[in-house]
Design a binder for this molecule. Structure first.
Ligand code: ATP
Ligand code: MG
Ligand code: MG
Ligand code: MG
Length: 565
């Protein structure tokens, strides 16, 4: 590619709402242009990177035996009614109406569509196992889109869905996908960790998230210093061995009750009137943090929706960031000398408006009460969380717990028969008997990966792409080309040779001064830079710099060739 014929448009100023490095750098490098909240145009430069990620994902999925297809973004309401998710999915589901008043949603995920495909397409056990995947645009009306493409509303996902005759086959494919994900993220040059994730209300017996480690991550991960154990915090809390916490400094009352499921029960436990309580209740349950609202802006996280299905009225579930946004309350963990790790927290904010926050621990089968939010629940930031959890014994008995922040870039799930059952997706087995399919699903945030990679790979000057994701691997920067025919010719010759050798090379023939040219190449993160100058030509060398290094090196043509072997 010749830059003079490309549309490179780096910018100096970025909006103040670009809070994290990747968002700022993607805007500065001109990879993204915002169209509306959480909706972006990928510029030609951004698209080159996105396509590289996509291609790595596609190649590894194909190698793993998955089969690509492409399903529609627009999905009919009737299908979502069949699974009950038209209502349950909540505010993230963007609903549309056509001229005949038929209703649709813009797909946030494709379990319904792919299971419909499977029930029509799969007839016999001989067609199994099979894993269908697509790389496609999703829309989720996130309550708080932020950090650019990190948490966008429109984003690119790779979603795969496997179908099986029995659980053993599902488990085998789950392992296959787990390993494939490891290969994909390694190939892309990311530092990541696979962590156990809560299966929540979706059920099933296994789920792992792939978390790119970065301090800007929205997720918190507990990991063991002595083994491979790693889990997202919600699950780590649920799994932490009882009695590993220091005793509470104040009198907490333990009450044996079945887990509260209804607003009335929660109110009774909190000792507040339902009328006060129904406004906003935050619950840190073993299924994760949820908020219930019976009024106002509604968000339902489908993973946790079934947990609250029994609640009367409009129940609302949200993730931590959403709760913060909706209520101004940052959910915390009960104080440093507080509740056992397995004890989630209930906060009734409406009660707090009247008096202190009412807090309690909500464990399976029992509850703690008597904690006071003001006094005991100051653990609102990850640094505080570290103090509380770090050093505790790991649930697997090996080593101690540490805390890291992560960006969820992938998620694998054993769905079991949930969708196949309700949608009636069956095949005939070798006895001619009808059997309900077993199903797994496997997602990768293709566009989020681009931002996550930048979080891990940048410096003052800009992005420093891992080799596999760079828009171009090598940039040729001629100096003084407008005056020197020799420089011009040599730059052209080198460009042609590298391109001929199949190397993804860009020639910066825009005629910029060296400083401006180098600044651009560093900002957009090209891993290798080769400078062609009269001085170098006289010495028979090129000035070479690796993006990750701070020193120039003088290399001959042969040396250059070896760099890309
Ligand atoms: P998150 O917890 O970040 O909201 P999720 O658990 O809701 O993600 P999944 O349903 O597991 O997401 O979707 C699969 C993948 O899609 C996620 O692992 C993530 O990488 C990506 N993804 C989900 N939501 C977004 C978004 N709003 N913007 C960009 N990527 C996203
Ligand atoms: Mg989400
Ligand atoms: Mg998640
Ligand atoms: Mg997920």
């Amino acid at each position: 590619m010749r830059l003079s014929r490309f549309h490179l448009a780096t910018v100096k100023e970025v909006p103040a709402d670009a809070e994290i490095a990747s968002h700022r750098l993607m805007l500065r490098a001109g990879m993204l242009r915002k169209l509306a909240a959480g909706i972006y145009t990928w510029s030609p430069l951004g698209l080159r990177v996105l396509r590289k990620v996509e291609q790595a994902v596609r190649e590894e999925m194909n190698r793993a035996g998955a089969i690509e297809l492409l399903m529609p973004s627009i999905q009919p309401r009737e299908l979502w009614e069949e699974t009950g998710r038209w209502e349950k999915f909540g505010g993230q589901l963007l609903k549309l109406r056509d001229r005949k008043d038929a209703e649709y949603c813009y797909g946030p995920t494709h379990e319904e569509v792919v299971t419909d495909f499977a029930r029509n397409e799969l007839r016999s056990y001989k067609q199994l196992p099979v894993n269908f995947y697509q790389i496609q645009t999703k829309f989720r009306d996130e309550i708080r889109p932020r950090f650019g493409v990190m948490r966008a509303r429109e984003f690119l996902m790779k979603d795969a869905y496997s179908f099986h005759l029995d659980p053993a086959s599902l488990e085998a494919e789950y392992r296959n996908m787990y390993e494939t994900y490891g290969r994909i993220f390694t190939r892309l040059g990311l530092r990541f960790r696979a962590v156990q994730a809560d299966t929540g209300a979706i059920g099933g017996n296994a789920s792992h998230e792939f978390q790119v480690l970065a301090d800007s991550g929205e997720d918190a991960i507990a990991f063991s210093t002595g083994s491979d154990y790693a889990a997202n915090i919600e699950l780590a809390e649920a799994l932490a061995p009882a009695g590993t916490r220091p005793a509470p400094a104040h009198a907490l009352e333990r009450v044996d009750t079945p887990t509260q499921k209804t607003i009335d029960e929660i109110c009774a436990f909190l000792g507040v009137a339902p009328a006060q309580c129904v406004k906003t209740i935050l619950v840190r349950g073993v299924d994760g943090l949820v908020a219930l609202c019976v009024r106002g802006d509604h968000e339902i996280n489908e993973v946790k929706a079934a947990k609250l299905a029994e609640l009367p009225g409009e129940s609302v579930l949200a993730d931590e960031a959403e709760i913060l946004k909706a209520t101004g309350v940052r959910p915390g963990f009960i104080g440093p000398a507080g509740l056992p790790a397995s004890i989630p927290v209930i906060v009734d904010r409406s009660a707090a408006i009247l008096a202190d926050f009412v807090c309690g621990g909500n464990a399976d089968g029992s509850h703690y009460r008597g904690a006071n939010w003001e006094r005991d629940a100051r653990i609102t930031r990850i640094a505080d969380l570290r103090k509380v959890v770090e050093g505790d014994p790991s649930p697997d008995g090996q080593g101690e717990l540490g805390i890291a922040r992560g960006i969820e870039v992938g998620h694998v799930f054993q769905l079991g028969q949930k969708y196949a059952e309700v949608l009636g997706a069956t095949v005939l087995d070798d006895q001619g008997k009808s059997r309900v399919l077993w199903m797994g699903c496997y997602g990768i945030g293709v566009s989020r990966i681009v931002a996550a990679a930048i979080e891990q790979n940048h410096d003052e000057a800009g992005i420093a792409w891992p080799e596999a994701m760079a828009p171009w691997r090598v940039a040729i920067c001629p100096i003084g080309a407008h005056q020197s025919e020799a420089v011009r010719e040599e730059a052209e010759r080198l460009y042609a040779e590298l391109a001929q050798a199949g190397i993804d090379v860009v020639l910066d023939d825009r005629g910029l001064r060296p400083g401006a040219m180098f600044a651009d190449m560093e900002l957009i993160g090209i891993p290798h830079r080769i400078v062609v100058s009269d001085r170098g030509l006289a010495a028979g060398t090129y000035e070479y710099r690796r993006r990750s290094e701070s020193e120039n090196r003088s290399l001959t043509r042969e040396d250059i060739g070896r760099l890309f072997d």
